[in-house]
Design a protein around this ligand. Structure first.
Ligand code: SAM
Length: 432
């Protein structure tokens, strides 16, 4: 079958097969009993793949990796991003048949714009198929070749702004782009970024050397996990990474050695996620010293939180001020505590929220309902206690998932205030 051999990195006159197969996997997920996500657009976009699926049952069924990857991006990265940025740009490099602009509900909050970049043939096809559908946010499609520099001027001509935070998504892209072009691409997007983050997936060299299967046969390069930090840093990004199987959601992600990379370009005086994750070497406090500090903070936090809550109940404005005083101190320490964890994904397992920006801006909350404000404040206070508890007790993400605190937290998911109160009681009784 011809299109099985299409090369996602070079084919310009047919829809890249890897894009179709990825969308096929999303369609299959949507039709599963308890799907991790639903993408109702995938079916419209894949066209007729009956013949291929009959002939290639194996590659069709090997969807665990793409599903786990999409879920990871949606849940761990884009959900908090969309929620905590008043305004943002999400740039899908090698967008393929991705339908996030239509299906990903968190985009309805705040003001986001999605830029989809792919070869002209993909963009034209997608535009035609989805012409009657309404996106959830602003959507701009850019037909281009990312390996040529012209895409940058196209992006600016289509409304991209350097001053707005950007999330760069390279989902299933980098290993198709030659390594030197990948470095150039990463440097370019770092230059275009102000307070920005990225996702990319990469693979270890033995996978790139496999040269078989509809995806891996086209992989051009690979990198060992321990070299990833330096590689991305050289290109202007601070990153953390995790093997895909750590986020498999119970799916078979196949070959060991596929890696999720989450990066940020940090700006000075920025209190968001970008500043939270640092290399261990930046701090010389020992693990024991940091843990001891976490214990002290854990001991005094319940009382301080109770005070914040009492002020907030009396008068939300005063309460917000108290909330800010409390989190300012905590977040100074949280930056250091994050170095005790394996990587950003491990922290996200405890609470993705801890990686988001906890500070409230006046203009941001002016349109919020009281419920939204409550949810922000209670949510961050819960995340702080969960995170301090894990740091103080030296629990990683998986150990936390098996802890009584986790059980307690999932029991009261719908009512954050009740959850917060039970967490406070739990911590108080543990510390007695
Ligand atoms: C494996 S697909 C993934 C698509 C999409 N990100 C998803 O997850 O569904 C890779 C995509 O990258 C695109 N791509 C690869 N090299 C490219 C290039 N040089 N310029 C533009 N698009 C490119 C391909 O056309 C294809 O749509």
């Amino acid at each position: 079958m011809d299109d099985e051999v299409l090369d996602a990195g070079s084919q310009k006159d047919a829809i890249p097969f890897t894009a179709k197969l990825t969308a096929f996997h999303r369609m299959a997920e949507t039709e599963r009993k308890n799907p991790l996500f639903k993408d109702h657009y995938a079916k419209m976009l894949i066209g007729d793949m009956t013949k291929y699926s009959e002939e290639h049952r194996y590659s069709i069924s090997r969807d665990g990796y793409t599903i786990a990857r999409t879920y990871y991006i949606d849940e761990y990265l884009l959900k908090p991003w969309a929620k905590f940025h008043d305004e943002s740009q999400i740039v899908l490099l090698g967008a393929g048949l991705d339908a996030r602009a239509y299906r990903f509900r968190p985009l309805e909050q705040n003001s986001h714009i999605i830029f989809e970049l792919d070869f002209p043939v993909t963009i034209q096809y997608k535009t035609k198929i989805l012409k009657d559908e309404i996106p959830l946010c602003n959507l701009v499609r850019i037909p281009t070749d990312i390996s040529k520099h012209q895409w940058v001027s196209q992006l600016f001509n289509n409304g991209f702004s350097k001053d707005i935070p950007s999330f760069w998504i390279m989902e299933g892209l980098l290993y198709y782009v030659p390594q030197d072009a990948s470095i150039f691409l990463l440097k370019t997007i770092s230059d275009l970024s102000t307070h920005s983050e990225l996702f990319a997936d990469v693979c270890v060299p033995p996978i790139a050397g496999l040269k078989f299967g509809p995806f891996t046969r086209h992989f051009k390069w690979g990198i060992e996990k321990e070299d990833i930090h330096g590689f991305f840093q050289h290109a202007g990004w601070n990153v953390t990474c995790a093997y895909a199987e750590e986020f498999d959601q119970g799916r078979d992600v196949g070959q060991k050695g596929m890696i999720f990379v989450h990066g940020h370009k940090s700006e000075q005086n920025n209190t968001s996620v970008s500043d939270l994750v640092r290399s261990d070497r930046e701090y010389d406090l020992s693990r024991q010293q940091l843990q001891a500090r976490a214990i002290i903070l854990l001991k005094k936090s319940p009382k301080e939180i109770e005070y914040v809550l009492s002020q907030y109940r009396k008068n939300p404005e005063d309460g917000i001020e108290e909330y800010h005083c409390f989190i300012k101190e905590i977040y100074r320490n949280i930056k250091q505590f994050t170095t005790l964890f394996r990587d950003i994904s491990d922290i996200a397992r405890i609470s993705p929220r801890i990686l988001a920006d906890p500070f409230l801006k006046r203009e941001q909350i002016s349109n919020w309902t009281k419920e939204e404000l409550d949810s922000h404040i209670y949510g961050f206070l819960i995340a702080i206690l969960q995170f301090l508890y894990c740091t103080a007790n030296n629990l990683d993400g998986s150990e936390y998932a098996n802890s009584s605190l986790h059980d307690l937290s999932t029991r009261n998911e719908s009512d954050k205030l009740t959850m917060l109160s039970s967490i406070i009681s739990f911590i108080n009784s543990e510390l007695k």
